[in-house]
Design a protein around this ligand. Structure first.
Ligand code: SAH
Length: 340
């Protein structure tokens, strides 16, 4: 039996057609699920009994279970229990432009970045589309607010769970459903080159962010295992192609690790690497975790780095820190919980 929150509008239309029913019922179901937000099939009051029975036979509406919630002024961090007792996190950030949710895409992660808590615990499994959709629905309900932006920057590598992530985007992007605009959705990846190629050929207008974190291969290979497979030059090449095909600007994320990748030489090297590319760089103050020895760069060093990029005509921003006292770095809450 499938969870109904894992179906796109098109999937539901195909389902009804296969069952000899009218296709427009799919829109009605979407309205109940995503506009009216009812919690049982019996509340689909404009749909006839037999159709409801059919839906009940084939689908469930099971939710995730919220097992922990940590809150400060601008951030609410959730730990969810999945039906198989695996745990994932999602983080809600209140910005001045709206509410952004950082969604997990896998239980654990196999990318093994040395600074990241999620990778310390290996991947257990991919999340299904419904498990990503429900992170949004349940947090909206719990906080009684609307999420305007979704970033796939929680636990997991979204492009390593490609099909489920694409389905998830279809579902939340539908204007008959949650209706989160493509430009308000961001996929963050450590740089799986073949998947970026596949992704650029789709019609999805969502934003792409690349976790670069280093200005040369020697350094990047030390920080990110994946660099042994796809080098910085491979990433730059595919990103140039991506920009040509999609005409969209790309973000490069760069975590600031004290005395590791935050030197003046690194900033100059990074500026040279990105020269002429339609992108911007997001400098991320490292969120320190108790298991990993890296430290956050000082504010002065981050600003020095920022200035060098700026002087070299690179668009650059420093990410506002959210919930660092809430163990908000991806995987931190789950990892803490696993040790209890
Ligand atoms: N796997 C994807 C998405 C998940 S991580 C990716 O690699 O992009 C989302 C972002 O958070 C990545 O840029 C990741 O490198 C970064 N990150 C991981 N641990 C962090 C920490 N402790 N502090 C700050 N950023 C971190």
């Amino acid at each position: 039996m499938h969870n109904i929150y894992g179906l796109s509008l098109k999937d539901l239309e195909d389902y009804f057609i296969k069952k000899g029913e009218k296709k427009f019922k799919a829109e009605q179901v979407f309205m109940w699920l995503y506009k009216n937000r009812v919690n049982s099939f019996d509340e689909f009051s404009n749909i006839k009994k037999e159709t409801i029975e059919l839906l009940k036979q084939d689908f469930n509406m099971d939710k995730l279970q919220i097992i922990k919630k940590l809150e400060d002024d601008s951030t609410v961090k959730y730990l969810f229990n999945l039906s198989d007792k695996n745990k994932i996190e999602a983080v809600l950030m209140r910005h001045d432009y709206g509410n952004s949710l950082c969604v997990s895409s896998q239980v654990g992660c196999n990318m093994g970045c040395s600074f990241c808590e999620s990778g310390r615990l290996k991947k257990v499994r991919d999340l299904k589309a419904y498990e990503m959709v429900l992170q949004i629905l349940e947090i909206e309900e719990d906080l009684n607010l609307r999420i305007s932006h979704v970033v796939l920057m929680g636990i997991g590598e979204p492009l390593d769970n490609y099909d489920n992530v694409m389905k998830f985007i279809d579902i939340i992007n539908s204007n008959k459903g949650i209706n989160i605009g493509s430009r308000h959705i961001t996929i963050s990846t450590c740089g799986l080159v073949p998947k970026i190629k596949e992704f650029m050929k789709t019609d999805k207008q969502v934003n792409l962010a690349i976790s670069l974190h280093a200005s040369n291969d020697e350094l990047r290979s030390k920080l990110m295992k994946i660099n042994k497979v796809y080098k910085i030059s491979d990433i730059i090449e595919v990103i140039k192609e991506y920009i040509k095909v999609t005409n969209r600007r790309v973000t490069f994320e760069y975590i600031m690790l004290k005395d590791v990748n935050d030197k003046v030489e690194n900033a100059i090297e990074l500026a040279n690497l990105l020269k002429g590319i339609n992108c911007y760089v997001n400098l991320i103050p490292y969120n320190e975790t108790s298991h990993i020895e890296y430290k956050k760069s000082s504010k002065e060093q981050i600003m020095k780095f920022y200035d060098i990029l700026k002087k070299n005509n690179i668009n650059v921003t420093v990410r506002k820190e959210f919930g660092s006292n809430l163990k908000a770095a991806c995987g931190q809450l789950r990892s803490l919980y696993m040790e209890e």
